[in-house]
Ligand binder design. Structure first.
Ligand code: MRU
Length: 363
């Protein structure tokens, strides 16, 4: 469908947006169809929102969190409008909605973080089945969204300062499509390009879902930043030839010691950076840090359908009898990371000590 109505949007930093939200429905830009078609999927129930997250209509850690918060709102709003409801019925519904949405994908902590924030609003209102509750949930979801946009812009400023001059390599998609707007790692790249620091971008195609080739390339084309897509395995050779001055990626979950889960292939890039003495940066908002876990060993890694690997563009590319292991994320040990770029500031090693210190800063 083509959208005309503006919907509810926070003060956006961007022309690119993953969704439009009306009171009673969320219209998600179907990222599986990009760059070929800009088609929206309408979600009215929390079940539909969960399916959209699971099926990658919307993806990227911060975007998943914001979408889940809106899904929570839709699930409670619908319930309160349809049935009169009691406190205990609302409590039971909130539990259902929380369970449904939190089962969408396991790795990005932003999903659970956002749902907990929504749940807290209900708790603070003692599960009152009222209009005020609907309004308070809407306000919180919008706040989560707006805070992410603000965080993106701050990260861009901090990150652009520390990126070296030259060519930068990025993995997966961390732009406006993956966040509330503007982006984490891609936001830093955009700002650094504006300042004349980044000359051009190497875009890892990011097999098998091709977030780089399809989505990052689409975003960079829209904002007119020069880039070239490379197959994931060419990063090492380019580094050897002096063609990469920095690597910057996003994150799905960062443990207290700095171990970082991100799109599969990130760890290999970090090891290559160490070998070639190239800085390796991770840009992520504080909502991506999970200080309840000590190390990356505790991060659940999503395994997706093998068909994402065995098929390309709808065509089978492997023998009919072949099977595939499709791990969606890997964990980069903290020692490979030069610095984290957050909305609260840049975090340098020793991470165990510096992460809580910087995150506690009022931004
Ligand atoms: O499987 P995806 O596309 O949701 O994975 C996304 C990533 O790994 C991103 O790098 C991460 O979520 C950071 S997005 C700002």
């Amino acid at each position: 469908m083509k959208l005309k109505a503006p919907g509810i949007l926070p003060t956006r930093a961007d022309v690119i947006t993953a969704w439009v939200w009306h009171e009673d429905a969320l219209y998600l830009l179907d990222q599986r169809e990009l760059p070929h078609r800009e088609k929206y999927i309408r979600c009215e129930t929390c079940g539909q929102v969960k399916k959209a997250i699971k099926d990658m209509v919307v993806r990227g850690a911060p975007a998943i969190g914001i979408t889940a918060a809106i899904g929570f709102y839709l699930g409670i709003r619908r319930f309160l409008i349809k049935s009169k409801g009691t406190r205990s019925a609302l409590k039971a519904q909130a539990k259902r909605v929380f369970q449904v949405l939190s089962s969408a994908r396991p790795t990005a902590v932003n999903l659970f973080w956002a749902l907990k924030r929504m749940q807290k609003v209900l708790e603070s209102l003692e599960f009152s089945p009222s209009k005020e509750t609907i309004e308070a949930l809407k306000k919180e979801a919008l706040k989560i969204w707006q805070e992410d946009v603000d965080a993106n812009l701050k990260m861009a400023e901090f990150g652009a300062e520390i990126l070296p001059q030259g060519k930068v390599l990025t993995h997966c998609n961390t732009g406006a499509l993956a966040t509330g707007g503007y982006g984490t790692a891609l936001g830093v790249i955009r700002k650094a390009y504006e300042l004349g620091k980044v000359k051009s971008v190497w875009v890892d195609e990011t097999r098998p879902f091709l977030q780089g080739a399809r989505l990052t390339a689409w975003e960079l084309s829209k904002v007119e930043i020069p880039y070239q897509i490379i197959v994931d395995s060419s990063a090492g050779f380019l580094m050897q030839k002096g063609e990469v001055q920095a690597v910057i990626v996003g994150a799905d979950r960062i443990a207290a010691n700095g171990d970082t889960a991100n799109k599969i292939g990130t760890y290999s890039l970090a090891v290559l950076c160490k070998e070639h003495n190239i800085p390796f940066f991770v840009a992520a908002p504080s909502s991506t840090f999970d200080l309840s876990i000590k190390s990356g060993k505790e991060i659940p890694i999503e395994e997706r359908d093998e068909r994402e690997v065995l098929f390309c563009g709808g065509k089978r590319i492997a023998p009919k009898t072949a099977s595939a292991l499709n791990l969606a994320f890997d964990v980069t040990p903290a020692e490979y990371i030069s610095a984290f770029i957050t909305e609260k500031g840049v975090i340098k090693p020793p991470f165990e000590k510096q992460i809580p210190q910087v995150l506690e800063n009022e931004s």
